[in-house]
Design a protein around this ligand. Structure first.
Ligand SMILES: [Zn+2]
Length: 56
């Protein structure tokens, strides 16, 4: 699990997706409802992830 970059809460839930060669992880903070994606070690914006999924 990772800490929320918005509120710093460790109470997060992760969902791993693998639409292609890239391992994507959607993380949801139960503290502040923030959501973000992690591609490997990099946090990515949602529109970049959607572009990756449509290209797969
Ligand atoms: Zn949060």
């Amino acid at each position: 699990m990772s800490m929320c970059p918005k509120c710093g809460s460790p109470d997060t839930v992760g969902f791993t997706l693998n639409p292609g060669a890239n391992l994507l992880r959607l993380t949801h903070c139960r503290g502040c409802e923030n959501r973000w994606w992690v591609d490997g070690r990099t946090t990515v914006a949602l529109h970049d992830v959607l572009a990756t999924i449509s290209a797969a």
